[in-house]
Design a protein around this ligand. Structure first.
Ligand code: SF4
Ligand code: FES
Length: 362
């Protein structure tokens, strides 16, 4: 089958990060600095990506500001013709550095929000003083003139702050907010009992977002990712496997999504092994779940298959033990009722048993 070119690339420049959020989507085996691609390797990857058809690069991590060469990387991405978006916690950015990033050509900034006050944000991020610093950085971002999106990851422990997060986005001049109810991959999977929202919270979040979308029309764009485990149908993860985007891990491994390495029977090439174009079009890993030949009967004959593509492959592996299964979030899956019950059980878990993301000892 013929794949279309990718539109977006997530460049995970590093796994290093001063924060240690318990829902981090980075893998449990975090990579150390020594394993990271060099400035030149990234510049080459940006050129190859643009040549392949990629329009946007999201510079992410970990915390991308942990890379001393971030400004050079922005220059390289811009020279390749890519639109550049920096996804940051704000820690590691100074007013001077933001000006340098502006001069380098950075187009857009996405700032993460762990909570709307210091007590919540610093506890969830595992970094004392982080909230105060982030508010200062938000001011500098505005003063530098970057268009700003807030990324609010919400879960059982901070969902009551959602109305305040929306107000905060308007107050600090963000044009967009992404309200994402935590998705259970990576470290979040370890923390399901502490983070799983109740069904009532999941419903209330939808209501709040719907009301705010009407009230703030023309002022703030609100993107919303609902609570997967409480839904009837799964999300269209990555817009379909190997369909619209790709991720590059800090060591250059090229992935169809951030959790793809959890699928044990797939092996992934790095930018050192093969050209990006070949990896996108010809690699076994990128072709594994394209189209609908791989789908179980339930999905292959379903009229929603072009909408959600059978859901998330990594979630199917984690919950059904088979990356080729129907995502158990789907009400048609035989595992759906069990998942519902699990969600209820996790939602009744204790709040105080967070496992923070940590780098293994050197
Ligand atoms: Fe989506 Fe498959 Fe469920 Fe149909 S059966 S809604 S394609 S996950
Ligand atoms: Fe891998 Fe959804 S996170 S397909």
């Amino acid at each position: 089958m013929t794949a279309r070119p990718p539109l977006a690339m997530l460049a995970e420049l590093t796994h290093r990060c001063p924060l240690s959020c318990p829902y981090c989507s980075n893998p449990l085996d975090l990579l150390r600095k020594e394993a990271e691609l060099s400035t030149g390797d990234w510049a080459d990857a940006f050129r190859q990506a643009a040549d392949l058809g990629v329009l946007h690069v999201h510079l992410s991590g970990g915390e991308p500001a942990s890379r001393r060469d971030l400004e050079e990387l922005v220059v390289a991405a811009r020279q390749a013709g890519l639109y550049t978006n920096l996804i940051t916690s704000g820690i590691g950015l100074t007013e001077r550095r933001l000006k340098a990033l502006d001069e380098a050509g950075l187009d857009h900034v996405q700032l993460s929000l762990q909570g709307t006050d210091a007590a919540m944000a610093d506890r969830i991020g595992g970094y004392r003083g982080g909230f105060e610093r982030k508010m200062q950085v938000a001011e500098w971002i505005g003063a530098t003139g970057f268009p700003l999106t807030l990324n609010a990851v919400v879960h059982r422990q901070n969902l009551h702050q959602l109305p305040e997060a929306l107000d905060m986005a308007v107050r600090i001049g963000a044009r967009r907010i992404e309200v994402a109810i935590v998705q259970f991959h990576g470290w979040a999977m370890r923390n399901r009992a502490a983070l799983m929202p109740t069904r009532a919270q999941a419903e209330e979040a939808k209501r709040i977002v719907e009301e705010a979308r009407k009230r703030l029309l023309g002022t703030l764009v609100i993107d919303f990712v609902p609570a997967d485990y409480h839904e009837e149908y799964p999300k269209s993860c990555m817009g379909g496997w190997g369909s619209t985007g790709l991720n590059i891990a800090p060591d250059g491994t090229v992935l169809p999504c951030h959790a793809a390495q959890t699928i044990p029977h797939l092996s992934f090439d790095t930018v050192h092994d093969r050209p990006l174009r070949e990896i996108w079009y010809d690699s076994a890993a990128f072709n594994a779940y394209r189209g609908d030949d791989w789908m179980p009967e339930l999905c292959r004959t379903c009229d929603r298959k072009h909408i959600d593509h059978g859901g998330c492959r990594c979630q199917a592996l984690a919950l059904a033990g088979d990356a080729g299964a129907t995502d158990p979030v789907c009400a048609k899956s035989p595992l759906h009722a069990g998942l519902r019950a699990k969600a209820e059980a996790f939602a009744a878990g204790p709040d105080d048993n967070l496992t923070y993301r940590t780098l293994p000892p050197a």
